[in-house]
Design a protein around this ligand. Structure first.
Ligand code: NAG
Ligand code: NAG
Ligand code: NAG
Ligand code: NAG
Ligand code: NAG
Length: 481
């Protein structure tokens, strides 16, 4: 069955062979141009086919040739394509090697990586992943090189994600949180500040007086320590003065005499208690005698135009110590009471309190003629002579301290061990006095000195030995004159 079934196929094949070989006896070749058939003596039918020359399938060969040419062109195209892909691939492989190295370095903790590194890596990997996917598509997914590349890129992508997830618990998470917080704070500040305070002009008086005060900022304990509860400190309160220098003058523990003081060249030096220039005001005379005349009395000290200005020890004089030359000039403050006659409520020996503001140098004191009430005098800083005087109705020992801002005196009083109040003001421009209420939080109970610096709008407080600052906020004027 099988053999018979295969026979026609075999015969057909043979026929093909006959045609192709042009099988024909030489004698019949010329005559046989057509198919002929003949039966021999044994009754077997012989049939032969003769093909004329033009029956060669030149057209088919031509087609074959054309398609072969097409094929070779397209193969050539494919080869060129592969070559270009190969070049691209080589480039990406190099990049990949670089990336791998970088990820490895990161993983080993060899460098301190930043979030930016991750972002950059992720971006590069993403770019490569898309390119590899494109390549893969164009090769019908049949190229092992590209498959390997894809796996590698994917591996790196996973690695970076893992690295990032490890890190999320610390550095990056904290950074993001901080950034978010900072943003929130900035927003808060913008929202809060914009209606309250326009740009601050230090040294000018284009505002309507104090409206509020910051929380206390404790800078440090004075350099002599906790027992030195009386004194003063600050920067140069002369409008426009160099603001690097910080002076600290703790009084002797008797709360009366200023003998030793320090000048720190910078704020950092102050914080570290180092690099200070120390000055001693007592002069040693012969036979173990001492001259205290250049020493100060009480905490009413101020630094003004590179000089320290204070009440001279045991007198009603004002002293001016030149910080560079150490020369001391002095001038009597006529009628001023001194030696603890009318000091402040929370600090002894501060009968004469120097102050400075945008308008210049002032002295706050008291006289018998004014019944112990506060007297304000404008002082010429070069000669220390009084230029003008104002009498107020605020009893000086009824206040804990006082300072000047833009020609206005502000006095404080104690509300509790934790709160102080700016409660009284006197405007020397209008001779008007008034009651106000601006509360200061304090860290320690007693205020020993309080001065204003027009260069930073800050109050400098000596608070039971601690050096503290407050920032003043001023009322903004709708139409600055
Ligand atoms: C084939 O043979 C027939 C009859 O013998 C004849 O008429 C015809 O022309 C032949 N064809 C060719 C191509 O020679
Ligand atoms: C790989 O890194 C080296 C040095 O880090 C750099 O010079 C080179 O251009 C990088 N190669 C690629 C392909 O990014
Ligand atoms: C990809 O990662 C797997 C498992 O982490 C690993 O077995 C394989 O060798 C990596 N392949 C490459 C190319 O890095
Ligand atoms: C005054 O300052 C305090 C402390 O900085 C602040 O809490 C308060 O909101 C301020 N008040 C006004 C009216 O600005
Ligand atoms: C400030 O000091 C300088 C230098 O000593 C001096 O020339 C100037 O007159 C002083 N100005 C005031 C207002 O004291």
């Amino acid at each position: 069955m099988t053999r018979q079934g295969q026979e026609p196929v075999l015969k057909e094949k043979m026929l093909h062979l006959l045609i192709l070989a042009v099988w024909c006896p030489a004698s019949q070749a010329a005559s046989l141009v057509n198919t002929t058939g003949a039966m021999d003596e044994e009754g077997v039918c012989h049939c032969s086919v003769a093909l004329p020359d033009n029956t060669f399938p030149a057209d088919r060969l031509e087609i074959l040739e054309i398609s072969n040419k097409d094929l070779s062109i397209s193969v050539q195209n494919e080869i060129t394509k592969i070559q270009s892909y190969k070049a691209t691939l080589t480039g990406y492989l190099q990049k990949l090697t670089n990336l791998t190295r970088r990820v490895e370095v990161m993983e080993m903790g060899g460098i301190s990586y930043t979030e930016l590194d991750f972002e950059l890596l992720k971006l590069e990997i993403k770019e490569m992943e898309t390119l590899v996917v494109k390549l893969r598509e164009s090769f019908d997914g049949s190229n092992t090189l590209i498959d390997a590349l894809y796996v590698e890129v994917h591996n790196i992508s996973v690695m970076v994600s893992q690295l990032e997830s490890y890190d999320k618990n610390n550095v990056l998470a904290v950074r993001r949180e901080i950034a978010a917080l900072r943003k929130k704070l900035e927003d808060c500040q913008k929202n809060q500040e914009s209606p309250v305070s326009p740009p601050i002009n230090y040294g000018t008086c284009s505002h309507g007086g104090i409206v509020n005060i910051s929380k206390p900022f404790v800078v440090q304990l004075n350099w002599l320590g906790f027992p030195y509860k009386f004194g003063g400190w600050g920067k140069d309160s002369y409008s426009g003065a160099n603001q690097d220098m910080h002076w600290v003058a703790p009084l002797n523990t008797d709360g009366r005499m200023m003998n030793t003081l320090r000048f720190y060249p910078t704020y950092d030096n102050l914080l570290l208690y180092k690099g200070a220039t120390e000055k001693v005001l007592t002069r040693t005379l012969a036979y173990n005698n001492y001259d205290y005349s250049n020493c100060g009395q009480g905490g009413g000290i101020i630094m003004f135009n590179n000089s320290l200005i204070y009440n001279c020890y045991n007198t009603r004089d004002i002293c001016k110590l030149n910080v560079d030359t150490n020369g001391v000039e002095r001038k009597t403050l006529t009628d001023a009471t001194f030696n603890n006659r009318f000091s402040y409520a929370s600090s002894i020996w501060q009968d004469i309190d120097l102050a400075s503001d945008e308008d210049g140098l002032w002295v706050i004191y008291s006289t018998e003629q004014n019944s112990g009430n506060i007297v304000i005098s404008k002082v010429n800083p070069l000669t220390l002579t009084v230029e003008k005087t104002w009498q107020t109705s605020q009893y000086k020992p009824g206040a804990t301290n006082a300072f000047m801002v833009c020609g206005v005196l502000y006095a404080t009083r104690t509300l509790s061990t934790r709160k102080e109040e700016i409660f009284y003001m006197y405007d020397t421009k209008t001779n008007q006095e008034g009651q106000i209420s601006i509360i200061l939080d304090k860290m320690m109970e007693n205020v020993q000195s309080l001065t204003y610096n027009p260069n930073d709008h800050k109050l400098y407080m000596y608070n039971d030995g601690y050096l503290v600052t407050y920032t003043l906020a001023f009322k903004s004027l709708p139409n600055p004159a």
